[in-house]
Ligand binder design. Structure first.
Ligand SMILES: NC(=O)c1ccc[n+]([C@@H]2O[C@H](COP(=O)([O-])OP(=O)(O)OC[C@H]3O[C@@H](n4cnc5c(N)ncnc54)[C@H](OP(=O)(O)O)[C@@H]3O)[C@@H](O)[C@H]2O)c1
Length: 294
């Protein structure tokens, strides 16, 4: 059976890749402690020892605000790491699927971003991810770069789990309403990765998020509504919509980073699911598996 090596296997996407692995694939999950993607010797040794049929890079420095003050670490993981993986994979003829972000765009375009639209990142995280994309695409072979946005799952920390916790603790909660994007359940993203790999002819840049678009405030309102409906929240804070100017963060974020998924949908023959139904499915998953989610 062919084996796919998953880098960053303890992350949100990494864990979902392992959970959704199709029957005809076997995963080789590599947590950071087993494989540091920016360590040349480790990458070479692991590839030689495991001889995977594909490598999926779900490893990243994803703390967008922390990246502003930890520029070197962000660049090492998001820029140098993918370069290391891509050159070492290319040397061994191993195809690479690398995951990137909607934050490579500046958010001023006013319509969904297609894979060919010009990236113009606003912050350190976006710039480091763009450097990683470029390194992967220029290493040769037929790599796949899959951009996504606003990822959440029952694993690790993310907006959905933070909102649930804060809504249970507080009476009022202010949430930004003038940044628009699309939430993406890591499970659907993982299935899309497997779909691209199984397709056989995918190469270049693709976009994937769940369907539709919303603000962080809309996202929080849906979490509140479904959280109450499922009994995850006994009571919930009142939500107050605020502009970005009232919630300053170290990193500037794109005001509009919806991704155009047309080419991925056409390739895979799947329209995807609306973000609200994916959110409900994830919250049911959380309820079933994480008893101490608060
Ligand atoms: N999260 C989002 O909202 C979002 C949005 C757009 C795009 N993306 C992209 O989607 C992909 C998956 O994101 P995610 O949400 O699953 O991220 P995540 O939960 O933060 O997981 C990233 C994983 O990478 C690991 N890692 C960090 N440095 C590493 C290194 N040098 N070598 C190997 N592993 C390393 C981390 O290890 P530790 O567990 O030890 O920290 C962590 O397990 C990333 O490419 C990310 O840029 C994410």
């Amino acid at each position: 059976m062919p084996r796919a090596l998953v880098c960053g296997a303890n992350g949100q996407l990494g864990q979902e890749l392992v959970l959704t692995c199709p029957e005809h694939w076997q995963t080789l999950p590599m947590a950071r402690s087993m494989l540091d993607i920016a360590d040349h010797d480790q990458v070479a040794r692991v590839l030689d020892e495991t001889e995977p049929a594909w490598v999926i890079n779900a490893a990243a420095f994803t703390a967008v605000d922390a990246a502003e003050s930890e520029q070197e670490s962000a660049q090492r993981v998001n820029g140098l790491g993918p370069e290391m993986l891509a050159t070492q994979c290319q040397r061994r003829n191993i195809p690479l699927l690398h995951v990137s972000t909607d934050f490579v765009f500046d958010g001023t375009q006013g319509r969904p971003y297609g894979p060919d639209d010009e990236p113009k990142p606003l912050g350190v995280y976006g710039r480091s991810k763009l450097a990683g994309e470029k390194a992967v695409l220029s290493a040769g072979g037929s790599p796949v770069v899959l951009r996504t946005g606003w990822v959440y799952s029952r694993h690790g920390g993310n907006f959905v789990k933070t909102m649930l916790r804060l809504m249970a603790e507080r009476e009022q909660l202010s949430v930004v309403e003038d940044q628009i994007g699309t939430p993406t359940w890591a499970r659907g993203l993982a299935l899309t990765c497997w779909g691209l790999i199984d397709h056989g002819n995918a190469t270049g840049i693709y976009h994937w998020s769940d369907a539709g678009a919303c603000s962080w405030y809309d996202f929080a309102a849906a979490i509140r509504h479904i959280g109450l409906d499922l009994g995850l929240l006994p009571q919930a804070a009142t939500l107050i919509p605020i502009p970005t100017s009232q919630y300053p963060t170290p990193a500037q974020r794109p005001a509009y980073s919806v991704l155009d998924k047309t080419s991925t949908r056409n390739l895979l023959g799947h329209p995807g699911y609306h973000w609200t139904s994916q959110l409900r499915a994830m919250l049911v998953d959380l309820q079933q598996h994480e008893k101490h989610w608060l």
